[in-house]
Design a protein around this ligand. Structure first.
Ligand code: GSH
Length: 203
């Protein structure tokens, strides 16, 4: 059986939890004590030298980087439903994967990690990047139900988790009606599985 080295409150890890569920796949969940620093242990670095969750193992294969895991799951277990086969649409999915790392991670995701876990980054900078990305996302969703093509894909999965939880980082979603409608659409997908909400405990 596949194994997912997970952190329940990580949006990066939630992408994989959601993708597995949407594909109807099971994996053994191994919760890594990220707040306690377990990801820096020699044992964990032997699995992922980067010292981060999520990590998926499937037989002899070990993959880390959340969007690389989505790519692997789609290539191995999907029939083109979640990762389109059409070259132009596939490139569009990759574009959102890149933005998930370049724009969402240092923005909305970071603002949340500061507010919820007290991570030592600048909140204003992260929130500003977060708002810039949310505006772009709202524009991209104008007149569209999903980010790429006519149905939900792993592009939506990669973007959903940290956008749905942006309010935990002090980024309310009311100014972005297309984003709000898209979030409810994703949450109505068959086999959708949520990431638990966290109260803002720090700064
Ligand atoms: N680019 C990575 C980011 C993963 C990541 O930042 N994981 C965080 C949890 S959200 C982590 O494990 N942090 C532990 C650390 O940096 O010590 C991905 O997409 O998987």
């Amino acid at each position: 059986m596949m194994k997912l080295y997970n952190m329940t409150l990580s949006g990066h890890a939630h992408r994989v939890v959601l993708a597995l569920s949407l594909l109807g796949l099971e994996a053994e969940m191994i919760e890594v004590d990220v707040l306690g620093g377990e990801q820096r242990s020699d044992a964990f670095r032997a699995i992922n030298p980067e010292g981060k969750v999520p990590v998926l193992t499937d037989g002899d294969v070990t993959i880390y980087e959340s969007t690389a895991i989505l790519t692997y799951l789609a290539a191995k277990y999907d029939d083109g439903t979640w990762m389109p086969r059409d070259p132009a649409l596939l490139a569009e999915v990759q574009k959102w994967f890149i933005w998930s790392a370049n724009e969402l991670a240092p923005g909305a995701a970071r603002a949340r990690v500061i507010k919820v876990f007290g991570a030592p980054f600048d909140l204003e900078t992260a929130q500003e990047l977060g708002r810039t990305f949310l505006k772009k996302l709202d524009r991209s969703l104008d007149g569209k139900h999903y980010l790429v093509g006519e149905r939900a894909t792993f592009a939506d999965v990669a973007i959903y988790s940290y956008v749905a939880h942006a309010p935990e980082g002090g980024l309310p979603l009311e100014p972005y009606p297309n984003v709000q409608a898209w979030i409810s659409r994703i949450e109505k997908l068959d086999r959708f599985i949520a990431m638990p909400k966290t109260p803002a405990v720090a700064a």
